[in-house]
Design a protein around this ligand. Structure first.
Ligand SMILES: Nc1nc2c(ncn2[C@@H]2O[C@H](COP(=O)(O)OP(=O)(O)O)[C@@H](O)[C@H]2O)c(=O)[nH]1
Ligand SMILES: [Mg+2]
Length: 254
């Protein structure tokens, strides 16, 4: 059983990708389930098999603790930890090959608070993968992409599990825009050139220092381009994930 977590900034496409990837897996007759960890999800683009809202409802938290929606999100993130054992039992009873997790809308609630790390560890860090989502609109500029790469690095440091970089919503990009972003991800020197022409000032000097740090961190990586709207790139996510844990072996089709 592989636990695949989609993590990314608000609106980067986590919920849509959870639905699209799960749909592709089901089409291939692989045994997957989806888990929604976002108590504030609205109009989910898929029907979660396991849903945090069965344990925690934002409205109840607001009432019980006398807080607004933002405070309730924070409390709900912490309450998550209390329900993990039960959630684990339910997930395991379904005997899936892949468990796809849709994480809370606000990335920092999952990444920085204790409960996110506790959840990944309790459910088995040794069989987990994080898919980090790059928003295409932010990734289009060198400074935006660098900011996301730094975020990705901080997520990697925090959880210390194998990592996939995923560029979402590529149907919103022109082909050359998509190719440029992917080249920047793989060749940090090209990204360094690009930032220099974007902001030829002190600010870009700062970015270059960051790039040097990212390079020594080993951040230059292939980015998998996907579109949840068109269902493209799903196979690449699957084969890369299989590569990480099984050296590329196919799941036995059920
Ligand atoms: N064009 C396009 N829009 C997308 C795609 N994936 C997500 N979106 C849109 O981006 C917005 C945020 O997506 P969502 O999955 O809710 O992001 P989340 O906050 O990270 O869970 C929604 O309006 C989606 O319809 C995609 O592949 N293509
Ligand atoms: Mg979402």
């Amino acid at each position: 059983m592989i636990n695949l977590y989609f993590i990314g900034s608000a609106g980067s496409g986590k919920s849509s990708l959870t639905g699209a990837f799960n749909g592709w897996m089901e089409n291939q007759r692989y045994n997957t389930i989806t888990v929604n960890l976002d108590p504030g999800i609205e109009n989910a683009p898929y029907v979660p098999d396991v849903d945090i809202r069965d344990w925690i409802k934002l409205r109840d938290v607001m009432k019980e603790y006398g807080v607004g929606p933002n405070g309730a999100q924070i409390i709900a993130a912490d309450l998550l930890a209390l329900n993990i054992d039960e959630m684990k039992e339910i997930i395991e009873s379904m005997e899936p090959e892949y468990v796809v997790f849709d994480t809370p809308g606000q990335m920092e609630l999952f990444v920085l608070r204790q409960s996110g790390k506790f959840l990944i560890d309790t459910l088995g860090a040794e069989r987990s993968i994080i898919g980090f989502l790059y928003d295409p609109v932010i990734s289009k500029t060198p400074s935006g992409l660098i900011s996301l790469m730094l975020q990705a690095a901080s997520v990697q440091v925090r959880f210390n599990v194998p990592f996939l970089n995923i560029l979402t919503k590529t149907d919103m990009l022109k082909d050359e825009e998509r190719d440029r972003i992917m080249n920047w991800g793989a060749n940090i020197l090209d990204l360094e050139d690009a930032i220099q022409s974007e902001v030829p000032t002190l600010k870009s000097q700062l970015s270059i220092e960051f790039l040097t740090a990212l390079r020594s961190f080993g951040a230059s990586q292939n980015i998998i381009p996907v579109s949840s709207t068109y269902g493209s790139g799903m196979e690449d996510i699957y084969t890369t994930a299989q590569q990480i844990y099984f050296g590329g072996e196919d799941l036995s089709k059920g």
